[in-house]
Design a protein around this ligand. Structure first.
Ligand code: NAP
Length: 516
């Protein structure tokens, strides 16, 4: 059987339990309901009575404070309560090493033997798993760890895969944002269960995604170890719509593939984690685009080397390393090509551009603009970075005389037809910031913000108020993703899939704007 989704709730009273059970069943996104009975108090017997009528099989958990829960009674009382649950529920969760776990299982329920490490990842997770397996051969093993870095997450994923390959029912995952891929790829890793939160209910553990995200976006129940997978890797990553866009493409074209977010302070560690998870494609985002070029062993077949501007936004796993490409260039060119007529008039012929930032996206924009003969001025908060980029691009292409730099403080004084924001300033959640002084916009100029979330950034709003033409980063985002999809899958997305993915991105952006 594939991975089953558990909606985990910790109600405070009976009515809340009933409402959660109804919501879990109605959602269609959960296969089981974990009832954390920590707060049941005197209502416990009443709650157990309810379990027989629940629309979903129940896991009863009574987590004591010593194991990170809220149950305040003594261990003898807890063992009695769990024994009562075992006569009624489908599953009972008992903590490894507790008296409840040592007590014989006299009921009908299957046991989940759980081990939670709330501060670290045990050094030898495999040995711990084997020890628990020997003590509880009939139980489903639940191993939950707190990763300090991505190598901890990789060890956790490796243990889960090893247990699955040995045919052992287990749910081994890492907590928090770092650990998210172990939950979102639970089916691919061969986990028997994955825990999620119900909409409108607080998560019962750090980093718990919603059951809707697990079921609908990542299709965890459909995943098998044979599925391919890709990830968007960056820091921060929560704002990224790449998981939504690529997952929609996969679903619409019925591809056996998953796409997950990976927060990665360190790209090299992220690539090691990709290997542990079986991830073969990476969307590289800030701040790793230049590091990605350094870590790659060569280009994706048929692509230029080094990638345009030395910036890599796409990595594809080959037998001997990661192969690099830059699909941002296609996206940037698409954004300019999709310009409305008023903008095209303002940009024809395009002679001057002011580029804000000197990172990965700026490098790509610089090369695309230079290939069109545009005179570019770079403004970056570190003047040395701006100069280095100008010198490098100039050396590479013999273009030095037409690439200028200006101090960040003087960026408002430079004449230009096109202003490109290639910094993250204005990106959610800091969406009340703008990288350009409102008084310095030039009427009839075009302002292209590469930030796409929110769609209407403060930069674009103020540009329009000043009579400039505003162009958001969504067209570039979608175009670069479609090009990346070809690298990951070896095929084009169908037009229907591309339309559906674009609509999903638009909907998510509209929802963000409405919420702000
Ligand atoms: P990056 O490599 O980290 O470069 C960011 C640049 O912005 C660096 O020059 C950085 O300066 C500068 N910067 C950061 N914070 C700043 C601040 N508070 N004030 C002034 N400068 C600041 O990032 P990237 O990959 O180029 O991405 C830049 C932005 O473009 C991101 O928001 C990204 O989401 C967006 N983007 C969008 C698309 C799309 O498809 N629409 C594609 C690519 C990128 P330091 O070097 O001094 O830190």
């Amino acid at each position: 059987m594939g991975c089953r989704i558990v909606a985990s709730v910790m109600p405070a009273h009976r009515a809340e339990l009933e409402a959660a059970a109804r919501a879990a069943a109605a959602s269609g996104d959960a296969d089981l309901l974990e009832v954390r009975c920590d707060r049941a108090g005197d209502e416990y017997a009443d709650w157990l009575g309810l379990l027989t009528a629940l629309p979903l099989p129940a896991i009863v958990t009574l987590r004591p404070r010593a194991h990170g829960g809220e149950f305040a009674g003594d261990e003898a009382e807890r063992t009695r309560r769990l024994a009562a649950a075992a006569r009624i529920a489908a599953w009972v969760d008992v903590e490894a090493g507790s008296a409840a776990a040592a007590a014989p299982n006299a009921g009908v329920a299957r046991r989940i033997v759980s081990h939670h490490d709330w501060s670290a990842t045990p050094r030898d997770l495999d040995a711990l798993a084997d020890e628990l397996r020997a003590l509880h051969p009939d139980a489903l093993l639940k191993l939950v760890v707190t990763p300090r870095d991505l190598d901890d997450v990789a060890r956790c994923a490796t243990t889960q895969r090893r247990l699955a390959a040995a045919g052992i029912d287990a749910s081994c995952f890492a907590l928090g944002e770092l650990g998210a891929p172990t939950r979102l790829l639970a089916g691919k890793l061969g986990a028997a269960l994955v825990y999620g939160a119900l909409d409108g209910h607080a998560p019962t553990a750090p980093g718990q995604p919603s059951v809707a995200t697990l079921a609908r976006l990542h299709r965890v129940r459909e995943q098998t170890p044979a599925w391919a997978a890709a990830a968007v890797v960056g820091d921060p990553i929560a704002h990224s719509l790449s998981p939504l866009l690529h997952s929609q493409l996969y679903r619409a074209d019925s591809l056996a593939r998953a796409f997950v977010p990976m927060r990665a302070p360190d790209l090299a560690a992220a690539l090691r984690l990709c290997d542990a998870l079986g991830i073969g494609g990476v969307s590289v985002t800030l701040p790793h685009k230049q590091t990605a070029t350094r870590l790659a062993s060569g280009p994706v077949h048929g692509e230029r080397w080094p990638p345009l501007g030395g910036a890599t936004n796409t990595l594809v796993r080959g037998a001997a390393g990661w192969h690099a490409a830059n699909s941002d260039a296609i996206g940037f060119a698409a954004a300019l090509a999709a310009a409305p007529p008023a903008m095209l008039a303002a940009l024809t012929p395009l002679r001057t551009a002011l580029l804000l930032g000197a990172g990965g996206a700026a490098r790509t924009a610089l090369v695309v603009l230079r290939e069109r003969g545009v005179r570019v001025t770079i403004a970056a908060r570190r003047p040395a970075a701006a100069r280095a980029l100008a010198d490098e691009a100039g050396r590479e292409r013999g273009l030095a005389p037409v690439i200028d730099t200006v101090d960040w403080e003087r960026r408002g004084s430079i004449p230009h037809q096109l202003l490109v924001n290639a910094t993250p300033i204005g990106m959610a959640p800091a969406s009340d910031e703008s990288p350009f002084p409102a008084a310095a916009f030039r009427p009839d100029s075009v302002v292209l913000d590469l930030v796409y979330r929110p769609r209407r950034t403060r930069l674009l709003r103020e540009a329009e108020q000043a009579g400039a033409i505003a162009l958001d980063g969504v067209t570039m985002f979608v175009a670069q993703a479609l090009a990346q999809h070809r690298h990951f899958t070896g095929q084009d997305a169908s037009p229907a899939a591309a339309n559906r993915a674009r609509a999903a991105v638009d909907e998510a952006l509209d929802a963000t704007n409405a919420a702000n």
